[in-house]
Design a protein around this ligand. Structure first.
Ligand code: SF4
Ligand code: SF4
Length: 431
C-alpha cells in the first residue's frame, strides 16, 4: 500500500505493469468505450500504450491524454478477458494518482464540483450522512426534489434527476418494532439471534447506501437473523474509499482503511458482509483486513449458508431479471450468487439481463463526470431490459441501481429495481 508515493514511483509501477500487455487486442470487444467511440485511444490496449508512453516520458501528459483516461469507466471488463492477466485496474488507478501529482498548468481529471464537495464533506463523515437522513426523507416526501427537477435548467442535471427518481427513503431496522421515520435514524450496534444461533457476521453499511439503500441493509439484517446469524453493525465504520481509489486519492484511501480496520477488528465474526459490490471489491482488494476478517458479498454468503429448509418463502410468478454489476462480475467473480438466491423463490423465472458483460454507465460517479457516455450506455441497458418485459430487475450494487432507476423513471418504464436480498426478504415476509 502506498502512502506517500511520488510521480516517479507511480511511473515505475505503470511502466512495469503496462509491459505485461502484448497488444493482442482480445480485450477490445469487451470495452464499452471502445464499442461506443470506435477509437483505439479509448480502448484498453490504446490506453495502456498511452500510459506506457507517458510513464516512460516518450509523450507529454497533455489534455488529450487525460481525456482518454477520464473516459475509462474502470469497469475492468478488459481485465476479466485478458489472457496475459494485465492488472488494468491497478494501471488506471496509478495513472489517476500520477495525474493528481501534476502541476496546476496541466488539466486535472474531470471531476464535478459537486462530487468533490461530497467527497470532502460527507463521504468520510457517516455521522453527517446520518444526520441528513431526516432532511433527505423530508425532501423526498414533500416533493422537493421533483419540484427542483421541474426547472428547465436543472432537468438534465444528472444528480438532480437521480435524486428526483429515487424511491422514498427508509429508516434503519430496529427488529423490535417497525422503524418509524424521525425516531430510528441509525443502526443498532448488534442485532442478536438468541435461538438456534448459527454464527456472527458484521455488516458494512457504505456511505451513499446508508442514506439511499436502507431497504437493502434492513433486508440483509432480517434475512441473516432468520438464518441464525447475529449481525454486528460497527458504529465507527466509514466509507470504503472506492471513489477516492478511482480518482487517484490514495492517501485518503489509507486513512479510511485504518478507520474501518479499527471499527471491525474487535468483532470476531464469520465474515464482513457487504451489500454493494463496489464496496465489497474495494474492501477485498485494498482494505487492511487480516485473514480472520474475510469480506463476503451478501448473496454469496447467503447462497452458501445452511438452514434454508426451515424458511418459508412465498412464491412469485414473475420474471426476475438479474443485472450483473461490473465489480461483482469482473473483479469478485461472484455474479452467479444472486441467481442462486433468486432461484430460492418458488415459481420465479430468473433470467440474466442481455449484454450483462457491458457496464450500465454508473461506474461510481462517472455518470456525473461523463454524462454523455454514461447516458449512451444506460440507453442500451434500458433497451435490453424493456425487451425482457419483466416486472423486477435485481442488481447488487447501489450505484447501478440508482443509475438504472433514474433511466427508467425518465422513460416512464414500470420496472422495479431492487437488491436481490430485498426481494428475497419481501418474499420471506419482511416489509
Ligand atoms: S490488455 Fe491483455 S487482452 Fe488487452 S491487448 Fe493487452 S494483453 Fe491483450
Ligand atoms: S476498464 Fe472498462 S472502459 Fe476502461 S479500458 Fe477496461 S473495459 Fe474499457
Amino acid at each position: 500500500m502506498l502512502f506517500r508515493s511520488s510521480s516517479s514511483d507511480f511511473k515505475k509501477i505503470i511502466a512495469h505493469e503496462a509491459n505485461q500487455c502484448v497488444s493482442c487486442g482480445l480485450c477490445l470487444p469487451a470495452c464499452p468505450t471502445y464499442r461506443l467511440l470506435k477509437s483505439e485511444a479509448d480502448s484498453p490496449r490504446g490506453r495502456i500504450a498511452l500510459m506506457q508512453a507517458v510513464a516512460t516520458e516518450k509523450i507529454p501528459m497533455n489534455t488529450r491524454f487525460i481525456e482518454h483516461m477520464d473516459r475509462c469507466l474502470t469497469c475492468r471488463a478488459c481485465e476479466a478477458v485478458c489472457p496475459n492477466y494485465v492488472s488494468y485496474g491497478r494501471l488506471i488507478d496509478q495513472t489517476r494518482a500520477l495525474l493528481l501529482e501534476q502541476p496546476r498548468s496541466i488539466k486535472k481529471p474531470s471531476q464535478s464540483k459537486l462530487k468533490h464537495l461530497l467527497q470532502k464533506t460527507l463521504l468520510t463523515r457517516p455521522d453527517r450522512l446520518e444526520k441528513l437522513h431526516r432532511l433527505y426523507y423530508f425532501a423526498q416526501t414533500s416533493g422537493f426534489w421533483k419540484w427542483i427537477h421541474s426547472f428547465n435548467r436543472l432537468k438534465t442535471n444528472p444528480l438532480v434527476k437521480l435524486l428526483a427518481s429515487l424511491p422514498v427513503a427508509q429508516f434503519p431496522y430496529t427488529n423490535e418494532t417497525k422503524a418509524l421515520p424521525f425516531i430510528a435514524h441509525t443502526w443498532k450496534e448488534t442485532y442478536p439471534v438468541n435461538k438456534n444461533k448459527r454464527g456472527e457476521v458484521a455488516l458494512f453499511l457504505g456511505c451513499v447506501a446508508r442514506l439511499t439503500d436502507v431497504a437493502t441493509l434492513n433486508a440483509s439484517i432480517y434475512v441473516l437473523n432468520r438464518l441464525g446469524y447475529t449481525v454486528h453493525v460497527p458504529q465507527k465504520q466509514t466509507c470504503c474509499g472506492a471513489l477516492y481509489q478511482h480518482s487517484g486519492h490514495i492517501k485518503e484511501v489509507s486513512s479510511l482503511n485504518k478507520q474501518n480496520k479499527t471499527a471491525f477488528e474487535s468483532h470476531h465474526v464469520d465474515a464482513i458482509i457487504t451489500t454493494a459490490s463496489g464496496c465489497g471489491t474495494q474492501l477485498a482488494e485494498h482494505g487492511l483486513f487480516d485473514e480472520n476478517h474475510s469480506i463476503a458479498d451478501i448473496s454469496q454468503f447467503l447462497a452458501a449458508s445452511p438452514g434454508w429448509e426451515q424458511i418459508d418463502i412465498a412464491p412469485l410468478s414473475d420474471k426476475i431479471i438479474v443485472h450483473d454489476p461490473c465489480t461483482l462480475r469482473n473483479v469478485l467473480q461472484a455474479q452467479s450468487y444472486p441467481y442462486a438466491l433468486m432461484s430460492r423463490i418458488p415459481n420465479a423465472q430468473v433470467i440474466a439481463l442481455a449484454n450483462n458483460d457491458q457496464c450500465c454507465g454508473a461506474a461510481g460517479t462517472y455518470f456525473l463526470d461523463q454524462s454523455d457516455i454514461a447516458n449512451a450506455l444506460l440507453t442500451h441497458k434500458l433497451h435490453d431490459l424493456v425487451a425482457h418485459d419483466a416486472k423486477y430487475l435485481v442488481t447488487s450494487n447501489i450505484g447501478c441501481s440508482m443509475h438504472i432507476t433514474q433511466g427508467l423513471w425518465g422513460e416512464n418504464i414500470p420496472v422495479e429495481v431492487l437488491h436481490p436480498v430485498t426481494l428475497l426478504a419481501r418474499q420471506m415476509g419482511f416489509c
